[in-house]
Design a binder for this molecule. Structure first.
Ligand SMILES: [Zn+2]
Length: 427
């Protein structure tokens, strides 16, 4: 009890000190620390040019190992809890440091004194780095550096023997790709009952590359054709992130716009250029905040799988869900979480009760929608809301579908040639 109270006092002191620093900063004229850059993808990013003295004579590279925690890594680097807290605060909108993956790299940049952290860099993948820069004693801010990327397509095809999974694995597809293909046809095909030996499939897989030709590791299924007992089933990824059949009929259920049963007032909208009320610096808001009471039900806006359940000192208790195609949603500051990692959920399922955990000025739900791993405004984003593509979209869709059909045909052709060779009598 006593210990708890002491911790609380220390916390309160830290908060007060932080507020004092911020107030002092607000009173001083805004220092010229960088410039804003419009990137090609329309994002605005602040490029900092820290004073030369803060630049880093020493930089340690750390490669994340299985079982590592950020706290443990910071301890090994000789960094104190206050620094860890300040970096975690800067990561609240991204939550990139909350789940580290083995093999990821962290670059620790130290100031001249060799012990003060001036910059931490997380290399997410070849096309995406996140810098956490020290601004003051108690404040870090993030900067994302995202390289322009493009997608390259490759066709995989196979004749089904055993299960679809086994056959798909043999063509070189990975578990995630195969699960995605099965999810796409979830509502139309029962993979155990409807397929039999001799049925075929073709799949167009997109892989993301940077302009330097380095793979980012991001993959997506762009087209699938299943020939089930003579009946073709096609799926094409449209630019709204949803999959449609050849007629433009949706293969997946639409999304809900709101993650709640009732409508609540928006207390803070999505805003990539939000200015921090106190420091005046750019502090993007990657979600939309709904003012809602503690204990109100929070619903998943789409079908999917729970990929994260966490408790962050600033984001509070949170849930992340990956949906079909390119969508991901996040729900922050929760009171109680009702799902577990790996659980499948359906649109409208209760996943949590809203709350006020983490750094929060009052009970609210912070709701994020990501498309292709980038946050977008959940209130205005082009999400699949209807069961059928609108007429205005059909032309674009047909062009894309025709191109993908061509890729799938090539896969089928290769299969047919291979079968013909096997069937040919030995001479
Ligand atoms: Zn928020």
């Amino acid at each position: 009890m006593l210990k708890k109270r002491l911790t609380f006092h220390r916390l309160a002191l830290a908060v007060l000190a932080g507020l004092l620093v911020m107030t002092l900063m607000a009173l001083r004229p805004e220092p010229v620390t960088g410039h804003l850059v419009h990137r090609t993808d329309g994002w605005l990013t602040r490029h900092l040019s820290p004073p030369a003295s803060a630049y880093t004579p020493t930089e340690h590279t750390y490669r994340v190992m299985p079982g590592d925690t950020l706290g443990g890594i910071f301890r090994d680097q000789g960094l104190d809890r206050a620094t860890l807290r300040a970096v975690l605060a800067a990561d609240t909108e991204l939550l990139a440091l909350d789940v580290l993956h083995p093999g990821q790299q962290l670059l620790f940049g130290f100031a001249r004194d060799g012990s003060t952290l001036s910059r931490l860099t997380l290399i997410q993948h070849a096309g995406h780095r996140i810098h956490y820069h020290r601004v003051t004693d108690a404040l870090f801010e993030f900067e994302e550096v995202i390289q322009p990327t493009h997608w390259r397509q490759q066709t995989y095809a196979g004749v089904i023997h055993g299960t679809f999974y086994q056959t798909a694995r043999q063509t070189g597809l990975r578990d995630r790709d195969i699960m995605e293909a099965q999810r796409i046809f979830d509502e139309r095909i029962n993979f155990r009952r409807d397929l039999r030996a001799g049925d075929t499939f073709a799949l167009v897989l997109g892989s993301e590359f940077t302009e330097d030709g380095e793979a980012t590791g991001q993959r997506r299924v762009e087209g699938v054709r299943l020939m089930a007992r003579g009946t073709p089933h096609n799926a094409f990824l449209h630019d709204d992130g949803n999959y449609y059949d050849s007629h433009g009929e949706s293969l997946n259920r639409a999304f809900l716009r709101y993650p709640t049963v009732s409508r609540y007032r928006i207390s803070s909208p999505f805003n990539l250029r939000r200015q921090h009320p106190v420091t005046g610096r750019i502090a993007p808001h990657h979600g939309v905040d709904f003012a809602m009471p503690i204990g109100a039900p929070v619903l998943t806006t789409g079908d999917g799988v729970v990929t994260r359940v966490g408790n962050h000192p600033f984001a509070g208790k949170y849930v992340e869900i990956e949906h079909h195609g390119v969508f991901k949603t996040r729900y922050l500051h929760l009171h109680r979480i009702l799902v577990h990692r790996g659980q499948s959920v359906s649109r409208g399922d209760r996943i949590a009760l809203s709350g006020n955990t983490g750094r929060s000025t009052g009970p609210h739900l912070h709701f994020e929608l990501h498309v292709n791993n980038r946050p977008v405004d959940p209130m205005t984003a082009d999400i699949p809301m209807a069961q059928r593509l609108a007429d205005a979209e059909l032309d674009t869709f047909r062009q894309r579908a025709a191109w993908l059909t061509d890729m799938l045909d090539r896969g089928d052709l290769r299969l047919a040639q291979r079968q013909a060779r096997h069937a040919a009598p030995d001479t």
